[in-house]
Design a protein around this ligand. Structure first.
Ligand SMILES: Cc1cc2nc3c(=O)[nH]c(=O)nc-3n(C[C@H](O)[C@H](O)[C@H](O)COP(=O)(O)OP(=O)(O)OC[C@H]3O[C@@H](n4cnc5c(N)ncnc54)[C@H](O)[C@@H]3O)c2cc1C
Length: 396
């Protein structure tokens, strides 16, 4: 399809293409899954380090953030072009995760100038990692039931309580945390606090994930002193900020790259493992038809993600719940198909008998089981869709 391109956009496309040709190491093409599985740390290697530095210096990991905070200062249109040019060569941002996709955009909206100046530049460079202190043993889907207390002690807050399922907490430098500052109200008693993870009184206990990734943990706070300047927004205004951050979270999860075309498409993998018929098609008719359906869904999902991003100029909305659930179906279907296609070869956990891609496929598939849990479960997204988009359940 020919799309008429504005001269300015044509100019930026050439600039982006040229810069990527000079800075993106071809050895990393299409290797985003390695970055995803290593998060919040980085895969080792000179090519990874060079690419991270280049993107940090340029600010293009967060292309539309203001240059004042280290961002790229690009327009939405330029950022879209950059994304297209990166996808065309299998490039991806080597800096990301919740620091950039969730915490950063939220602080841009709600933080003070001092908070933005202090916290955003290190996030752009990928030097400081944040974790999300939302869930507690008694507060997951019913998040507003959280009990971790922050008491006003004059010049600081004193925090006591426990968080659980905290991704990346084992390596995190800071935590954006929901705390209760008023016990007489539920949603209106919550505040949004930034907590330095090196503060005395914080203990992180690792939890193992079935994918083998263990940067996950429980976080215990015992008499942790937090300076008052670390409060984001007003006291007891944390629920509004928390919900906005979850919209950024869901929009990122729903658009996750594995659903996009830069990974090896399932049909290509299937031809390698299952073989082809006389016409060059996947030999197994039933598998072929299921893969075709999956590829059509993938394509439709991708186009919908792009359309929603273009239409929602004010940032993510309740529609992100639809994309999050659709994204869960995409990723989990992809994983199940790949394991079926690989057969016994797809069950390798470690050892020479299994290829690196095969082992990684199993780990990513197991990791993606959690896609329909974190950021709010599949059922909770359906509740949000019913209430906020379809206007049902008004009586609640
Ligand atoms: C891999 C992974 C990473 C995570 N990372 C983080 C993180 O970094 N920070 C963080 O704070 N949390 C994190 N979480 C926690 C996650 O947000 C919670 O697990 C999730 O919100 C569900 O809460 P819960 O586990 O307490 O389950 P529950 O709330 O107890 O839910 C149990 C089941 O009941 C269903 N259910 C509950 N209420 C309703 C309802 N009203 N209607 C219909 N069904 C309902 C749920 O859908 C679910 O199936 C992570 C979780 C996982 C698995």
């Amino acid at each position: 399809m020919n799309i008429r391109t504005a001269p300015a956009a044509t100019g930026f496309r050439a600039v982006a293409r040229d810069w990527l040709a000079q800075n993106f190491p071809p050895s990393l093409a299409g290797r985003q899954e390695e970055w995803v599985i290593h998060q919040p740390l980085y895969p080792e290697g000179e090519d990874w380090a060079a690419w991270k530095t280049a993107m940090a210096d340029k600010g293009w990991a967060v292309p539309t953030w203001p240059t004042d905070y280290g961002g790229g200062g690009l327009t939405q249109e330029e950022a879209k072009i950059l994304k297209e040019e990166m996808e065309a060569i299998g490039a991806f941002s080597p800096i990301g995760g919740m620091s950039q996709n969730m915490f950063g955009p939220t602080l841009l909206e709600f933080g003070t100038e001092e908070q933005k100046q202090k916290h955003l530049p290190p996030v752009v460079r990928g030097d400081i990692r944040w974790c999300q202190g939302y869930s507690e043993p008694g507060a997951g889907s019913d998040l507003a039931g959280l009990k971790t207390r922050a008491e006003d002690k004059g010049d600081h807050y004193l925090v006591n309580g426990q968080k659980i399922w905290t991704s990346g907490s084992v390596h995190a430098h800071w935590c954006f945390c929901l705390v209760r500052t008023d016990t007489t109200k539920k949603h209106e008693g919550i505040s949004f606090l930034l907590i330095d993870m090196s503060s005395p009184g914080i203990e992180v206990r690792p939890l193992l994930l079935m994918s083998g990734n263990s940067t996950f943990g429980e976080v215990f706070f015992t008499d942790v002193k937090v300076p008052k300047e670390n409060l984001v927004g007003g006291l007891t205004e944390g629920w509004t900020i928390a919900k906005r951050l979850m919209q950024f979270e869901r929009s990122g999860i729903g658009a996750r790259k594995q659903t996009h075309g830069e990974l090896r498409p399932v049909d290509v993998v299937a031809k390698d493992y299952v073989g082809t018929d006389a016409e060059g098609r996947i030999a197994d008719y039933d598998l072929r038809s299921r893969i075709t359906r999956h590829r059509m869904w993938e394509r439709a999902h991708r186009l919908t993600v792009e359309r929603v991003a273009e239409e929602s100029k004010a940032g993510p909305s309740a529609a992100t719940s639809v994309l999050k659930n659709a994204g869960s179906i995409m990723l989990q279907t992809r994983g199940e198909l790949l394991l079926e296609i690989m057969g016994m070869d797809g069950l390798g956990w470690e050892g020479d008998a299994y290829g690196e891609t095969e082992q990684e496929t199993l780990r990513v598939t197991l990791q993606n089981k959690a896609h329909s849990i974190y950021g709010g479960t599949y059922e909770i997204q359906n509740n949000i869709i019913a209430k906020r988009i379809l206007g049902m359940l008004d009586h609640q």
